[in-house]
Ligand binder design. Sequence first.
Ligand code: PA5
Length: 449
Amino acid sequence: MDTIQLNIKHVSDFLSEEDILKQSAQATACNQALYDGSREGNDFLGWVALPSSITEEELREIEDAAKVLRTHCEAVVVIGIGGSYLGARAVIDALSGSFDWLQEPKERRNPVILYAGNNISEDYLHELMNFLEEKQFGIINISKSGTTTEPALAFRLLKDQLESKVGKEEARNKIVAITDTSKGALRTLATTEGYKTFVIPDNVGGRYSVLTPVGLLPIAVAGIDIRKLVGGALEIEKATGPSTTFDYNLPAIYAVIRNELYRQGKKIEILVNYHPKLHFMAEWWKQLFGESEGKENLGIFPAAVDFTTDLHSMGQWIQEGERTIFETVISIKEPKRKVTIPHDERDLDGLNFLEGKRVDEVNKMAELGTRIAHVDGGVPNLLIELPELNEKFVGQLIYFFEKACGISGYLLGINPFNQPGVEAYKKNMFALLEKPGFEEATKVIKARI
Ligand code: PA5
């Protein structure tokens, strides 16, 4: 097995083959629309061909910029929010050692990757700046619009700290900006200050941008092979082209099943993992599907749990709560490491029955036992299997979900490539902060407090 697999055996108690097949022509048409641009959102389809269109020159430029930061920095702060942050973090966490960041600097092969601009917590920023005080650090500042408040605020603080520490000249060589080709405050700032920059293509939205420099630069700085990642994505791009028949188009099958379950009242999809390294993969997935489909009073609510941890918190709800959920499990066939359970002479913990087994065997039985229990409890279950957690299969998974999301959004009848609802909180926040230009909104909102 050299590719990710979709196992739909455990939806058969809830959906018939006929339920699935009746949507096949429509799903194929939705997939084709991602290529011919015949539906809404057609100005944001650049992601579809990203894996096949990235050039050797572009990859090398990213790797060269990563090398500069890797050479000169013990820590690199990735500033960004939403689509300008989650993809990089998902891949870096999935493919890095869980405790690498705690290693002594001389043992470390890669800079520590830290994140900012994804919240406005004063404590977080203060503690981050404290941590950076004694470190050689660099910054990758990512904002497509170049005007988002959270990253702009974090950058103002960290730029000031870096310049005070190493001087303006040296700071300039440790800052990379990734933004629009010409618009936005970050573009102006980067041009004025003379930073190294990368462009986020106009036709790629934030949450579909992990395979642009937005994701690839931080991922390369973390020491991960971006060529293998893009190569994995390319395999799924090729396998799901416009002429692919429904039966072979895994993202289309996933999209149809989730839409059919939604129609039958399964309003919440829970993405399940059994490895803490996948926590941020689920955060990325939540944004991808939530921001793409949650509009016009429609859309599955994407939720996520980390098992077996959350079996001891959310497990009860999933087993016996309101039957409006289905699960999609990401399963890793072969873990990277090997830990065998030892014999214990006195067996006081009663675990000698597991002696000689690998920890992963226990994890797998928890996974299987939980799937069966949840299906018995009325929770349809989809399974996405990765042979291993490596660059190639993570690349495949990313493209699989992106393609599925595009098809699924079109099946739902919405535009999966805009996010009008994200503006409402910003307008209120600016009004409350009395930002120039928001005077009328300030009066209105203050009258409501
Ligand atoms: O997917 C999206 O479009 C959003 O999540 C954006 O990525 C997020 O709001 C950050 O925007 P920007 O990159 O313009 O700062």
